[in-house]
Write a protein that binds this ligand. Structure first.
Ligand SMILES: C[S@@+](CC[C@H](N)C(=O)[O-])C[C@H]1O[C@@H](n2cnc3c(N)ncnc32)[C@H](O)[C@@H]1O
Length: 514
């Protein structure tokens, strides 16, 4: 099936604002720092998992070489470097302020395996010559076209033979809706040059535009939701996404063509539930079912009205475009996904499948129940097969191999698969330990990075105050005493329960190390 040609350059000329050069972009990031966060989908362990599932042979994670372009203040790179001490990391960014913050963080954490370079990615020449993983999160759509080209050229040149590239970017058709709001807001602030003033004026006007009022066409009133979203966005998101020029969404087929021009190939979406056809109408499932892989990706974006992608890419000569190989699941680890654990805690989700006549549904349901009970622990898939033989032999006998069932469950978002599970402890030890990174983060900000490389916001002041104390020297009684000392005498009786609750939440959210 032919995909329509979209004349992007023509469309982009309509957006108010001239495209700045890289130094001007760096000044914008210096004026309003980007609120960077860890992104679990860009972690080498996850990229290796996706690449392995789709038939590639990525480098072992423990000793890999990682480059992050546009690494900002190191919010994504430093936690990776902290958990993979034998791996090597290079972060590059054009913002002097961001790199200075990243260097200060690396020094405070004593990270000897990370180098931070203040440089335009187009001019990156430092060692090592090859990388196993390159991460470009929040770059592709937000830099001028020559830098986008330089990014893919860099990946083509510096990725090892089995190297993996992570790229995130804004996409159509969903971004057409966002773009309508962007154009109005950029017009409104066109005469304002001071970045904080632009943000304030755009936010105020977005709030006005969000107010209910007559629209020429009833359906277009939905655009007001978009203005409401922008009005509630952070300064960072407003400055560097909604108001940013450039901010060029692309159609997936344009991205795939761009990759091919640089001898790169699409592997899969990093968010594995986006790979499957979950949530599609029966008609749409049937339509995309027979399509070649790249055409299907484009039609999945049409069907989902996608706005954003996080794609895994490889060198064309490494062989992208393969289907998911469920046999690769056999050597992985599996854990119940957090949404499933939460649903199970609320008594939802799995009960209805109990009566299913389909042995595959029954077999998977039993395995999911077992995994949910083990959460947040993960287990080797070989252990799942073994458990199945011992505890549900009748279902296992009539069902497809557990590797296939788990691969499907992963695409449905029910389980997480990993070539290298994160090293957290599932229950608090006698003298609980939070990683040096988490203790450092909790002492200075409200977000911390857990051992699954997810960013968690900790608003509770007691929980935040507790984390820096978890250095392995204090028993539960010591922690209770330390917390109780901060309370008025009348409230001290609650200290034990509060500390126990926080410790068990920390364990469930992968914040406790061995
Ligand atoms: C939208 S932020 C993304 C930060 C981080 N990767 C994240 O997603 O959380 C883009 C970052 O790329 C940097 N940047 C922009 N153009 C660049 C270039 N040509 N070379 C290197 N870094 C660049 C900016 O300074 C900024 O820190």
């Amino acid at each position: 099936m032919r995909t329509p040609r979209i004349r992007s350059a023509e469309r982009r000329r309509l957006i108010p604002g001239t495209v700045p050069d890289t130094p001007a972009i760096a000044r914008r990031y210096d004026a309003i720092p980007y609120a960077a966060q860890s992104n679990a989908l860009s972690h080498p362990a996850h990229l290796a998992t996706v690449a392995t599932l789709f038939g590639l042979a990525p480098a072992p994670v423990a000793t890999c070489r990682v480059l992050e372009v546009g690494c900002s203040d190191g919010a994504n790179l430093l936690p990776m470097a902290a958990v993979l001490p034998r791996a090597r990391f290079v972060g590059c960014d054009v913002s002097p302020r961001a790199i200075a913050t990243a260097r200060a963080g690396a020094a405070a954490l004593g990270l000897a395996n990370v180098a931070l370079v203040e440089r335009d990615l187009a001019e990156l020449t430092d060692e090592p010559a090859e990388y196993d993983y390159i991460v470009a999160h929040g770059i592709y759509s937000w830099v001028p076209a020559p830098v986008r080209d330089a990014l893919l050229a860099l990946a083509a040149r510096r990725l090892a033979r089995n190297g993996v590239l992570f790229v995130s970017y804004n996409v159509y058709p969903g971004c057409h809706v966002r773009q309508a709001a962007w154009e109005v807001l950029r017009h409104h602030v066109a005469a304002i040059t001071d970045p904080p003033e632009r943000v304030a004026a755009a936010r105020a006007f977005a709030a006005l535009m969000a107010e209910p009022g007559a629209a020429q066409n009833e359906a277009d009133a939905l655009l007001r939701h978009e203005f409401a979203r922008v009005a509630a966005a952070t300064d960072s998101a407003l400055a560097h996404d909604d108001l940013a020029v450039p901010n060029d969404p692309v159609y997936f087929h344009e991205f795939a063509t761009h990759l091919a021009r640089h001898d790169l190939a699409f592997v899969a979406e990093a968010r594995l539930p986006a790979v499957g056809r979950a949530g599609l109408s029966p008609g749409m499932r049937a339509l995309v079912g027979d399509m070649p892989p790249l055409a299907r990706e484009q039609y999945l974006d049409f069907a989902r009205l996608s706005r954003f992608r996080q794609s895994v890419v490889c060198r064309a000569d490494a062989g992208g475009g393969r289907p998911l190989d469920a046999t690769r699941v056999a050597d992985m680890h599996v854990a119940a996904a957090l949404p499933l654990v939460r649903a199970a805690a609320e008594g939802k989700a799995l009960a209805a499948a109990a009566e299913s006549a389909d042995p595959n549904v029954r077999a998977l349901r039993r395995v999911l129940q077992w995994l949910t009970g083990l959460a947040p622990r993960s287990v080797p898939v070989a252990e799942v097969a073994d458990w199945q033989r011992r505890h549900a032999p009748a279902d296992a006998a009539g069902a497809r191999p557990v590797t296939e069932l788990l691969a499907e469950a992963c695409l449905a978002g029910s389980v997480d698969l990993s070539v290298q599970p994160p090293a957290f402890v599932p229950v608090p030890s006698a003298r609980p330990v939070a990683s040096p990174l988490v203790r450092w983060q909790a002492a200075r900000q409200s977000t911390v990075t857990n051992l699954r490389h997810e960013t968690l916001r900790i608003d509770d002041a007691t929980a935040r105050a507790l984390l820096p104390l978890l250095d392995g020297t204090r028993s539960h009684a010591d922690l209770v005493a330390a917390y109780a000392a901060t309370l008025p005498p009348a409230d001290r009786a609650h200290a034990q329960g509060t500390v126990a609750t926080h410790l068990s939440h920390f364990a469930m959210h992968a914040l406790l190390a061995a």
